[in-house]
Design a protein around this ligand. Structure first.
Ligand SMILES: [Zn+2]
Length: 83
């Protein structure tokens, strides 16, 4: 799988690591335990376009938001996580 890094150009996915889904957002420190349970344990498993956080660890080391189709690994968009 080639990932078009906006800083380095197309690179093999072996140069990147991912921490998975871009969401959900982290709860507030004083959020109820149920909110923390959901944040830690529940994840969506979408079939289709999905935003994920990837880091180009063997390149520019930038964090990227990669929009990937989970059905065929086609990449629809890549942008810097921090604009
Ligand atoms: Zn890069």
């Amino acid at each position: 799988m080639l990932i078009p890094c906006p800083f380095c150009g197309p690179r093999g996915s072996a140069e990147f690591v991912t921490i998975g889904s871009k969401s959900p957002p982290r709860p507030a420190p004083d959020a109820p335990p149920e909110a923390w349970h959901d944040y830690v344990n529940l994840r969506e498993n979408p079939a289709g376009l999905h935003e994920e956080l990837w880091q180009h660890v063997h390149g520019c080391r930038q964090w990227l938001v990669v929009t990937r189709d989970t059905r065929n690994h086609a990449i629809a968009a890549v942008k810097a996580a921090r604009p």
